[in-house]
Design a protein around this ligand. Structure first.
Ligand SMILES: Nc1ncnc2c1ncn2[C@@H]1O[C@H](COP(=O)(O)OP(=O)(O)OP(=O)(O)O)[C@@H](O)[C@H]1O
Ligand SMILES: [Mg+2]
Length: 321
């Protein structure tokens, strides 16, 4: 568990349907098109498909189409022979050739430069790859997985993406749902990533107050799981062993909907390793007293206790404030 996260976490029905479909087609060589907003796990799913395929011991080659400069895209993808153009001093293998027998993952396919789309389509149709300056053709056997957060049909309409290439890629489309449409997975993911980073950094787990959990569950998560994962990492690094309150949240989460406490049954996620309830009680009482500038009645209200009970516990734990 303290390795990098390598599987899609979630129990949401739509996500499970996508994961099941991915598992079904993993063993075939079918071309897969993964759609979904940024941070929804497209690359994670692509790697999972590769891992479950018969090509799992062969290379998984990633091409980030958004990072391909238009002028160099062709040699980057297909390679070139020595002397193919001024400056081509050696032979160069293309990214496509390095995926031979393995899987070729074309990330952000919507950004593939238009001038290369035709040549790329020809490669998809017959597996033929012709390095620049070479007269003969190389046959490459690779499985194609492409991903994009763009609406490719719209890109086709706008003339930025070839329609024939779109149809060739869109054989098995898999759409990952955004996090805000599977809110029931938020707690599960918080728990999962908190444990993950706690083990990774060998730190104590932070404790999420119910108000914080509610904000996290109601938040829009435009950066999806990536945004949530990064926040959990920050919490573990900055608040290990502490109670996280709403004022510890980043600004965008501070201005979330006001919370209602009444329908909460679980206040904290109990860490797998357990916690020290006595210490937690002292910690919470201190916080309540700090928040209310030592006003016992108000602090008791924050903790759902009577003033007398709070006073009794303050004396018992010898809490000074
Ligand atoms: N369901 C999930 N379970 C666990 N981790 C996830 C899940 N979805 C995404 N992640 C994590 O979120 C981060 C972003 O995921 P990934 O890179 O696969 O997203 P993406 O859809 O490719 O995003 P982009 O479009 O920005 O490239 C990664 O660290 C990944 O491990
Ligand atoms: Mg990605």
């Amino acid at each position: 568990m303290n390795q990098e996260v390598d599987k899609l976490i979630g129990e949401d029905g739509e996500l499970e349907t996508v994961v099941r479909a991915a598992q079904m087609i993993a063993l075939t060589d079918a071309t897969v098109l993964i759609l979904g907003e940024s941070g929804t796990g497209k690359e994670l799913l692509a790697r999972e498909i590769h891992r479950k395929s018969r090509r799992s011991n062969e290379p998984f080659v990633v091409i980030n189409c958004a990072a391909l400069p238009e002028t160099l895209a062709e040699t980057e993808l297909f390679g070139h022979r020595k002397g193919a153009f001024t400056g081509a001093e050696t032979h160069r293998q293309g990214r496509i050739q390095s995926a031979h027998n393995g899987t070729l993952f074309l990330d952000e396919i919507g950004e593939l430069p238009l001038n290369i789309q035709g040549k790329f389509l020809r490669f998809l149709e017959n597996g033929e790859c012709q390095p620049l300056g070479k007269n003969t053709i190389e046959k490459i056997d690779t499985r194609i997985i492409a991903a994009t957060n763009r609406d490719l049909a719209e890109e086709v309409q706008a003339g930025r993406f070839r329609q024939d290439l779109y149809y060739r890629l869109n054989i098995v489309p898999l759409t990952l749902p955004p996090l805000r449409e599977r809110r029931s997975d938020i707690r599960l993911l918080i728990h999962y990533f908190t444990q993950h980073f706690m083990l990774k950094y060998q730190l104590h787990t932070p404790i999420y107050s119910r108000a914080v959990l509610q904000r996290l569950e109601n938040y829009a998560w435009s950066g999806n799981v990536r945004e949530l994962r990064n926040l959990c990492e920050r919490f573990v690094l900055l608040h290990a062993g502490q109670v996280i309150e709403t004022n510890h949240l980043p600004v965008e989460l501070q201005i979330a909907q006001p919370t209602t406490y009444t329908h909460y049954t679980t206040e904290f996620i109990l860490p797998d390793k357990g916690l020290n309830l006595g210490e937690l009680e002292i910690n919470l009482i201190r916080q309540a007293l700090t928040k209310t500038y030592g006003n016992l009645s108000q602090a008791a209200r924050l903790l759902g206790l009577s003033r007398d009970t709070l006073l009794y516990r303050v004396k018992k734990h010898e809490i000074t404030f």
